[in-house]
Write a new protein. Structure first.
Length: 249
């Protein structure tokens, strides 16, 4: 009986070892693709991301990738995930339009395009840029094409939020958590997300800070992951055994 009580006491004392923690990472890369028939415009290194439709009824779609490699310790169990974006322009301000995250289905790259001024029209496509036509352009009208123009992504949103006033917005949901868990468990499936605005009508475009905009005072898109670390069963057993008093002979 004493041995059982001792084991229970040790097991109870071990429980706090399962500690909770939070890690926050900025987007490793992001981009905007601009609706066009030839994919001649891109934005791989600009300070802004766009999502929605312009007043000319042309779609803008953002892409986001967060590198989770080496971010979480061994034995980490992800308990929550949320993605934060900083809205810097909504024209007109005051109308609420939703933006949503959709898991990307095709690998994509970003190039060095850095559009001038407000970046609303993009810049001439360079090698490595993703465009409305290409997941990775060669800069000369060719490259690795999307399976569908406008990009390949899961139709169902992983998370969405209604945007209205300028400032920080957080997207979180059970599906977003499932996405992040999947990315952590199988890194090759981590192709990031598309950021879509309301594309049902013209004039819904939203402009957000990108990761490249931090140098100019912007707030980078961030993925915040909350997790707990659970010791391996073998380690728990050793600790428990160490705490059990031994009978002298």
């Amino acid at each position: 009986m004493k041995r059982v009580l001792a084991f229970a006491l040790v097991a109870w004392s071990i429980a706090p070892i399962c500690s909770a923690d939070i890690v926050s990472i900025a987007a490793a890369r992001d981009a905007t693709i601009y609706e066009s028939a030839d994919g001649a415009s891109a934005n791989g290194a600009g300070r802004y991301l766009f999502a929605g439709r312009t007043n000319q009824n042309l779609a803008r779609r953002g892409l986001l990738f967060f590198d989770l490699a080496g971010i979480l310790p061994a034995g980490a169990e992800i308990t929550s995930a949320r993605l934060q974006l900083n809205l810097v322009q909504a024209n007109p301000v005051g109308l609420a339009w939703s933006v949503s995250l959709h898991r990307a289905l095709t690998p994509w790259t970003t190039g060095a395009t850095n559009p001038p001024d407000s970046e609303g029209q993009g810049a001439p496509t360079l090698a490595g840029d993703c465009t409305w036509i290409h997941a990775s352009s060669d800069g000369n009208g060719g490259g690795a094409a999307w399976n569908s123009v406008g990009g390949d992504f899961v139709a169902q949103a992983s998370a969405s939020v209604a945007t209205q006033a300028l400032g920080l917005y957080t997207l979180t949901s059970a599906q977003l958590l499932a996405d992040v868990r999947g990315f952590a468990d199988a890194p090759t499936t981590n192709l990031g997300w598309f950021l879509l605005g309301d594309e049902s009508t013209a004039g819904t475009a939203r402009r957000f800070d990108s990761a490249d905009g931090v140098a100019e005072g912007g707030i980078a898109p961030r993925l915040e992951i909350e997790f707990t670390v659970v010791p391996a069963p073998g380690a728990i057993a050793l600790l428990a055994l160490a705490g059990i008093p031994r009978r002298r002979r």
